[in-house]
Every structure is written in structure tokens, then in C-alpha cells.
Ligand binder design. Structure first.
Ligand code: BGP
Length: 464
């Protein structure tokens, strides 16, 4: 019977702005997420107190976390990925002192996890930063933001060093190329050079956070977080294959810098060919030499690449603008489902970095139907997760060192791309809808007991 390693971390993953709500409570400042009520691809809308966008309450995790954590514990989680909202700690980003009420909230949250023997895995920045840093400093385009981020990171490492040993720097750091407002927070229409300069600042900030973590939490481990955007060539034409190599490098480059400590040659050539002259100081180069302890990533889909412009312009079905794969089915949101791709990706990342890997997001966003008796039969979710976990286990047998698996959205939450509640990922249903109606009551879906058994048997119950 095939099982996972005894030390394997099993759990789920969330992000502050997608679950907490309480968006102005206890001194919290406005974040970039708060001014994007329609999600990460939506317009910026300056908010005022009392606005009723869906993320203002989200699923009210800020007040209901003890109940939710008890349900996670009932499923057997030994790990939960959460993020700290930077704006709870430094509401404007440049405040002289941290906000004690914000710090106290995460103390309570981590204590509650500890009571249930759940190890926290904490993202420093999950698709949000203080909006004031954008308005007053220009977001990650400004070098000064590196210092503000480092101070925030040092503050939370000091405060929680006894409670949190596993950290991640920036969520899906490579998404800055596709949604600059979410990652590096630059105005629409920014040039490639401006975007890469801001990305450079974020990479330096990430490395400085790794260094700070090593100093302050010596027994801790800190990883990066990549959107695992594995691409296949649409055909075996050498032009397609080469273009695919370049497309994969466009996201792998972030990992290359974070794992190897310097810009790879292919990126230096790209900058040169595109007339991009980055401002990289000696101190930056020195900072980048500090590399991450492990590599974490999200995995939802794969896509194809073609050098044929006519094919390239055809309809595309997902956020990364890739060409659909004719051999794969898609989710209701057009995300192509590819369990074997996860095994490929795990092997690619292991071969490339030889650092422990952690799948910190994977799951199926789907519309769920509540039956008359209240049950929710989400067999599609069970089958999606089963098939991906089977491939993760195969990758371990291939020799990949895999630390754990936290499924995305173990409880229904607000989606990142369009701020929808109807796109559900959870094992736990939340009675709240896109129009803001609902009681916020929690109930178990069929997948709840399924995941519980997977964890209890350490993967032996999976169906290959
Ligand atoms: C990742 C993000 C998450 C999450 C997930 C699913 O890109 O890190 O925050 O939301 O994707 O995306 P969505 O919520 O749009 O379905």
C-alpha cells in the first residue's frame, strides 16, 4: 500500500483578504485587495468605510476562526496555510509603530491552531499590501518599499518566532507579470522595464525576509511561492518547443533568482534584447545571495504554447492566456485539469532546484448544489483532488522530496480572480452568496469525510 512520508504535512490553504473580512476592524488599514472589490483583474475602486463589497466580510474568519479551525482539526489537518494582512500590522505601511490589535489577532489565531496541533504555514504577503504605500510611494516601483516590507517581516518574525516556524514570502510572485496591480502594484500601462524593476525590488525584499527569518527564527524554514504555470508545446515543431522553453523560463526565472541567488543568463539576455536596464546595486546582489530553504507552489492547470500566430489568437480559456490543450477537460471556469502535469511539474522543480517542495495550493473551483436535505455531493472535487494526490505520491516515488500538501480553500472563500463566492473550493460549505446574502453558517460537504480519510490513512485510501 502506497502512503506518504510519516512527516508529511496535510492541510489547507487560505489568504487573509479572501477569508477574514473585518476589513477596517481593530485599526486595520486599507489594502490593495480592499480597493479591488471585483478581484485581481478588476478596476481599482477607492473605498470608504461601510462599503459592502464581498471581501468586507468575506467568510468572517476574523470572528469565526475557532469554529473553522475545530473543523479543520476534525478532518485531521496537521498544517494550515494562512497569510498575515500586512495592513493589520502596519495600516499605512510606513507607520512608526506596529498596530498592537492586529498583532494580537494573529497571536490568538496561532494559539488556536496550536491547541489543535496544527502547524501554521504563514505567507507574509498574499496578493495585498498597504494601499497607502501605493498612493504615497508608488508601490513596488519604489525602492523604499523594500525597507517597509523588511521591517514588517522582522516585526512578525520577532512576535511569532515561538509559534510559527514555517514561512513563505510573496504569494505567486510571478503573477506580477500577468496582474501587476496584484503583485508589484504598478498602474496599468506600466512599461516592461518598470514592471521588471518593481519585480527586482520584490525579489530583493524576499531575500531580505529570508535572511531576517534565518536570524530571528533559526530553527524555522522559509520558502518562496510560485504559480506553477507548466507549459507544453502544442506540437513537436522545434519552434513550438523553443517558445515553450522561453515561456516556462518566464515564470521559472523568479524561482531561479530565489533558489540560486542571482539572475540567470537567459534573463540578462532578455533584458538586453528588450532595452531594459535595471537598477541593481551591489547591496541588491549581496542580498539576493540568500536563498530560500524550500520551494512552494500552486498548481491548478497546464497550458500549451505555439509559435503559430494564427493559433495564438484563438479563444483562450484561463488567466495565463495560454492555448488550450485538446487532450484535457476544463473546469467550469475554463481551467484545464491535468493531474499528470503535477507529477511532471514536481519532477521539473526538483531536478532544477534540489530543494524540498511544498504544494501549497491545489483544488477545484466549482458551483456546488445544496440538496433538500442539506447535503452537498461534490464528487467532482473528490475526483480532482484524488487524481492530483495520486500523482504527487508518484512523484515522491520518483525521488522528489515533498514536504506537504495544503489544498486551496479547505473552506469556501472569496475567489481571487473575480471576487466570487459561487466559485467554491471547500470541504466546508459557507452559506454566503455573490450578492452578499446568506447566514455564513458552515456545513460539511461529502469531500469533508473523504479528505479526513485520506489524511487518517496518510494517503493509503487514495484510488490510483
Ligand atoms: C491562486 C491564488 C489564490 C487563489 C487561487 C484560486 O492564484 O494564490 O489566492 O484564489 O489562485 O484562484 P481563484 O480564487 O481565482 O479561483
Amino acid at each position: 500500500m502506497k502512503t506518504f512520508p510519516q512527516t508529511f504535512l496535510w492541510g489547507g490553504a487560505t489568504a487573509a483578504n479572501q477569508v477574514e473580512g473585518a476589513y477596517l476592524e481593530d485599526g486595520k488599514g486599507l489594502s490593495t485587495s480592499d480597493v479591488q472589490p471585483q478581484g485581481i483583474f478588476g478596476e481599482v475602486v477607492e473605498r470608504v468605510t461601510g462599503d459592502s463589497g464581498i471581501k468586507d466580510i468575506a467568510i468572517d474568519f476574523y470572528h469565526r476562526y475557532p469554529q473553522d479551525i475545530a473543523l479543520f482539526a476534525e478532518m485531521g489537518f496537521n498544517c494550515l496555510r494562512v497569510s498575515i494582512a500586512w495592513t493589520r500590522i502596519f495600516p499605512n505601511g510606513d507607520d512608526a509603530q506596529p498596530n498592537e490589535a492586529g498583532l494580537a489577532f494573529y497571536d490568538k489565531l496561532f494559539d488556536e491552531m496550536a491547541r489543535h496541533n496544527i502547524t501554521p504555514l504563514v505567507t507574509l504577503s498574499h496578493y495585498e499590501m498597504p494601499w497607502a504605500l501605493v498612493k504615497n510611494y508608488g508601490g513596488w516601483g519604489n525602492r523604499k518599499v523594500i525597507d517597509f516590507f523588511e521591517r514588517y517581516a522582522r516585526t512578525v518574525f520577532e512576535r511569532y518566532k515561538g509559534k510559527v516556524k514555517l514561512w513563505l514570502t510573496f504569494n505567486e510572485i510571478n503573477m506580477s507579470l500577468h496582474a501587476p496591480l496584484t503583485g508589484v502594484v504598478l498602474p496599468a500601462g506600466s512599461s516592461k522595464g518598470e514592471i521588471y524593476q518593481a519585480i527586482h525590488h520584490q525579489l530583493v525584499a524576499s531575500a531580505l525576509a529570508v535572511k531576517a527569518c534565518h536570524e530571528i527564527v533559526p530553527e524555522g524554514k522559509i520558502g518562496n511561492m510560485l504559480l506553477g504555470g507548466l507549459m507544453y508545446p502544442l506540437s513537436c515543431k522545434p519552434e513550438d518547443v523553443f517558445k515553450t522553453l522561453q515561456e516556462n523560463r518566464s515564470w521559472q526565472f523568479f524561482g531561479d533568482v530565489q533558489c540560486r541567488g542571482a539572475y540567470p543568463g537567459y534573463m540578462l539576455r532578455y533584458f538586453c534584447d528588450n532595452g531594459i536596464a535595471l537598477d541593481i546595486t551591489d547591496a541588491d546582489r549581496e542580498a539576493l545571495r540568500t536563498t530560500v530553504d524550500f520551494v512552494s507552489f500552486s498548481y491548478y492547470m497546464t497550458g500549451c504554447v505555439t509559435a503559430d500566430d494564427a493559433l495564438n489568437n484563438q479563444a483562450r480559456g484561463n488567466i495565463l492566456n495560454m492555448v488550450p490543450n485538446p487532450h484535457l477537460a476544463s473546469s467550469e471556469w475554463g481551467w484545464q485539469i491535468d493531474p499528470l502535469g503535477l507529477r511532471t511539474l514536481l519532477n521539473v522543480l526538483w531536478d532544477r532546484y534540489q530543494k524540498p517542495l511544498f504544494i501549497v495550493e491545489n483544488g477545484l473551483g466549482a458551483k456546488d448544489k445544496v440538496e433538500a436535505d442539506g447535503s452537498i455531493n461534490d464528487d467532482y472535487r473528490i475526483s480532482y483532488l484524488n487524481d492530483h494526490l495520486v500523482q504527487a505520491r508518484e512523484a515522491i516515488e520518483d525521488g522528489v522530496e515533498l514536504m506537504g500538501f495544503t489544498s486551496w480553500g479547505p473552506i469556501d472563500l472569496v475567489s481571487a480572480s473575480k471576487a466570487e463566492l459561487s466559485k467554491r473550493y471547500g470541504f466546508i460549505y459557507v452559506d454566503r452568496h455573490d450578492d452578499g446574502t446568506g447566514t455564513l453558517a458552515r456545513s460539511k460537504k461529502k469531500s469533508f469525510d473523504w479528505y479526513k480519510e485520506v489524511i487518517a490513512t496518510n494517503g493509503a485510501s487514495l484510488k490510483a
